[in-house]
Design a protein around this ligand. Structure first.
Ligand SMILES: *Cc1c(COP(=O)(O)O)cnc(C)c1O
Length: 221
């Protein structure tokens, strides 16, 4: 199947209002261009060096999302152009994104990453940490970032019931936070679901899926 064919097939299964982020990590600009030519505008990358190499080679209306572990000392390289950072997993990182966005007179949209998987290797705030930081005003202290929602990754397992439970828990937490935000606040995105589990994520309220291999094929590392 072609990239365009894959995109069309995936899009046809996504309900209205669910955004598709095409995860292009490890794929060359020519292949990303195929997706672009098929109408895709939102792409996700997880390594700073790879993203800063590709970004100038693709059209300027691409909306780049950062979805990987981000070291604070590398924020400055993506701050000039990044649209959304989905993987905010510490207050320090948020502070640096705010600082770098301010320097460039930009506002950067961010999602808070919440740890929902069993594996300890996955990053993110716990729900309790997140509640505290939202409640005590820590997260509101940064004028150049816009906290637009949450991101989470389920455990990598064939146990679809477990995956469903994890997504259901994150969705409930998302609703809880959303209800506490001031009216008109742009806290609207729940980013969950990848190639192997996005139908389950969508069934549990995902508003944004991050799909790599089902669009571009297997990655060669
Ligand atoms: C790589 C990656 C994806 C996409 O994974 P696929 O299984 O290829 O769809 C989604 N989210 C994050 C955070 C990733 O690192």
């Amino acid at each position: 199947m072609s990239v365009a064919g894959n995109l069309a097939r995936i899009r046809s299964t996504l309900p209205d209002g669910v955004t598709l982020v095409a995860v292009s990590k490890f794929h060359p600009p020519e292949i990303i261009r195929e997706a672009y030519d098929a109408g895709q505008r939102i792409f996700g990358e997880n390594r700073v060096q790879e993203l800063t190499a590709k970004q100038p080679l693709l059209p300027h209306d691409v909306e780049w999302h950062f979805i990987g572990t981000l070291q604070t000392n590398k924020v400055k390289y993506i701050a000039p152009f990044i649209h959304t950072i989905q993987s905010i997993d510490s207050v320090n990182l948020l502070k640096e994104v705010d600082r770098q966005a301010g320097k460039r007179k930009r506002k950067i949209r961010v999602l808070l990453e919440i740890h929902i998987a069993e594996e300890t290797s996955k990053h993110g705030f716990t729900m309790d940490e997140c509640r505290v930081l939202l409640g005590d005003g820590t997260f509101s202290a940064f004028p150049n970032v816009r906290i637009a929602g949450l991101m989470g990754m389920a455990t990598f397992t064939d146990d679809t019931e477990q995956v469903g439970r994890e997504f259901r828990r994150l969705n409930a937490f998302f609703e809880e936070i959303k209800n506490d935000r001031p009216p008109g606040d742009a806290f609207t995105e729940l980013s969950m679901g990848m190639s192997g589990d996005y139908p389950i994520a969508v069934a549990h309220g995902s508003t944004m899926v991050r799909i790599g291999s089902a669009v571009f094929g297997e990655r060669r590392y």
